[in-house]
Design a protein around this ligand. Structure first.
Ligand SMILES: Nc1ncnc2c1ncn2[C@@H]1O[C@H](COP(=O)(O)OP(=O)(O)OP(=O)(O)O)[C@@H](O)[C@H]1O
Length: 574
């Protein structure tokens, strides 16, 4: 998105009634208009006071009045600028909130469905967003319009009071300043983008390492990972240095133009006052306008230089959050009861490699299905195809006769709940994790299930207020799975797929947990369990066996008789 495109999007968002920022924007604009009027009239009052003093004609009371007016106008401008800031902050907060929510809402499904989603990068973009908006809204957008208005009015007044050469000279200085700034900003945009990329890369690297702290430390790789972070920091510093050099070059040129313009103005003015072509009051007025414009221009130039990085950041956030329709995320569905699943000649490949080919099976509503097969045989892939998370390249999946591809993604998740292989617990309490929607398990039921499944080997009481730590670090692998299974016991989706959710349980706990789930799911849910243990296969209504890209489906005894691969798999004691 171009810089102009970003600013246009922001302005359009501020204007949208749903953001409720119109009144804040109107208040800020009204204050700014009053500020421009005061900023332009204050030097005129000063000029009148100086003229009256130097001519020695005006009554003292009037001179005091002019000076008092000047002081009040000058003070009021600064006070109102502070007041305007409160409205600006409100607008920035509202924009940041809206963009962050849109971005999270648009990106969470991408992160969930694609394994290659980059959460650290997204986090970095969102963290920098309020500061970036501050630079662009307060620094750039807000100052540009008043500055242009003030410049034009000042030039008009100078033109009316002083010889045309002054307007020409001030205009030329401003023109040169704009050219220098525009030239710098163009080159800056590219450097800013590189700096932004480097910042995102650093956030990704640090986030990844922090999340894997245990892997790093327990494998003795602290020094190596520290070096990796250092590499990212060095790359970021190099990118920032390139930006700083451009800033320094542009700032030098901008300042030189302003300083030269001011010097010429002061020399010309002094000469004209000496020659009697200008009054001292006119000279004071010119000087006041010149400094009044030069100071904000200096600040404005700085902001323009900073704005490149901020615009790149906002642009990324807007692109990440764009294009999602405004609708409910989870449609309420009338659907109830277990669903039938039909796999019709499914084929799927990652890149060139086919993982599944011609996979067909029928699963009756309410069946208990066990899916087995060697590592990498495609069990998780098939599970995600059934859940509609990834689409098959060949063939089709139907749920109760409805082709999955014709069902909206949000509804698919409601129809088929897929519990992924790695359980990601929130850093919240046991209770919050176990009662996480869409479960309807009651707290008392939850405690009794966990108790029955021996959550604590010692049988000690379960503290549901226990904070589980990052990624459930305070729980054992089996406890995490018991917690997840207790939550799933209260889910009433038409299909539930457990992707090795019992892998860390001992045999007795696994058998108990699956028995409970089967009892609870009777007449309400079709249950598919992916497992490496065939112990539960004899109990299954259907066994799905995957090997070498093929799928065999049938009862355990039938497969043992008719499928040599399955027979071998079972005999190896899987
Ligand atoms: N996102 C991906 N990109 C590329 N290849 C992938 C991706 N996900 C899985 N694969 C590959 O597809 C094959 C099947 O993976 P899948 O996870 O479905 O197997 P699995 O039977 O569930 O394995 P396991 O028993 O080890 O959990 C593997 O070779 C794996 O490397």
């Amino acid at each position: 998105m171009t810089s102009f495109g970003v600013i246009r999007r922001l302005v359009a968002m501020i204007g949208r009634p749903s953001l409720s920022a119109r009144r804040d924007a109107a208040s800020a604009i009204a204050i700014e208009l009053a500020n421009v009027a005061l900023g332009v009239s204050a030097p005129v009052l000063l000029k009148l006071a100086v003229d009256a003093l130097t001519a020695g004609t005006g009554p003292l009371g009037l001179i005091v009045l002019y000076v008092a007016g000047f002081v009040i106008a000058w003070t009021a401008t600064n006070a109102m600028t502070a007041l305007k800031y409160t409205f600006t902050i409100r607008i920035i907060d509202k924009l940041a909130r809206r963009i962050a929510l849109d971005t999270v809402r648009a990106q969470l499904p991408t992160l969930a469905r694609k394994r290659e989603g980059d959460s650290a990068r997204l986090q970095g973009v969102l963290e920098r967003l309020p500061f970036s908006l501050q630079i662009v809204i307060d620094g750039l957008l807000w100052r540009m319009a008043p500055l242009i208005a003030q410049t034009l009015i000042s030039l008009a007044i100078v033109g009316a009071l002083a010889p045309p050469s002054y307007v020409a000279m001030m205009g030329a200085a401003l023109g040169l300043y704009i050219i220098a700034t525009g030239h710098g900003a163009g080159r800056f945009q590219e450097a800013a983008r590189t700096a932004h990329e480097a910042a995102a890369c650093q956030a990704q690297t640090v986030g990844d390492i922090l999340r894997n702290a245990r892997r790093v430390v327990f494998n003795g790789n602290l020094a190596a990972e520290r070096d990796r972070i250092d590499e990212a920091l060095v790359a970021r510093r190099a990118a920032n240095e390139a930006v700083s050099q451009l800033i320094a070059a542009t700032a030098t040129f901008q300042s030189a133009v302003l300083a030269a313009g001011l010097s010429v103005l002061l020399i010309l003015g002094t000469a004209d006052v000496s020659a009697g072509r200008l009054t001292v009051g006119d000279f004071v007025l010119l000087q006041a306008y010149a400094f009044r414009l030069a100071l904000p221009l200096g600040g404005f130039g700085y902001v323009i230089r900073q704005a490149g990085v901020s615009i790149a950041n906002i642009s990324e956030a807007l692109e990440l959050g764009g294009g999602i329709p405004d609708k409910h995320l989870l449609p309420a569905s009338e659907r109830a009861g277990p669903a039938a699943i039909e796999l019709d000649d499914i084929g799927f490949r990652y890149g060139e490699e086919w993982v599944l080919r011609d996979a067909s099976a029928y699963i009756a509503p309410g069946a208990f299905v066990v899916m087995v097969g060697p590592n990498g045989s495609g069990k998780s892939t098939l599970a995600q195809i059934i859940a509609g998370i990834i689409a098959p390249e060949e063939g089709a999946v139907s749920i109760d006769g409805r082709p999955l591809r014709e069902i909206e993604p949000d509804e698919r998740h409601w129809l088929v709940l897929y519990a992924p292989q790695s359980i990601g617990l929130f850093n919240r309490t046991l209770r919050e994790n176990a009662l996480y929607p869409p479960t309807q398990v009651a707290e008392a039921e939850l405690a009794s299930l966990l108790d029955e499944w021996r959550f604590y080997e010692s049988g000690r009481p379960i503290d549901l207020d226990l904070a589980v730590g990052e990624q459930g670090a305070r729980l054992s692998g089996g406890q995490m799975q018991k917690l997840e299974l207790a939550r799933l016991a209260g889910v009433s989706a038409p299909v539930v797929i457990l992707d090795e959710t019992t892998s860390a349980l001992d045999r007795t706990s696994e058998a108990r947990a699956i028995r409970t789930l089967k009892e609870r799911y009777r007449d309400r849910t079709t249950l598919i369990l992916i497992t490496h243990r065939v112990a539960l296969a004899p109990e299954a209504d259907v066994v799905l066996f995957l090997e070498n890209g093929g799928l065999e489906a049938g009862r355990h005894e039938t497969l043992l008789r008719e499928c040599p691969g399955y027979e071998r798999f079972c005999s190896l004691g899987a």
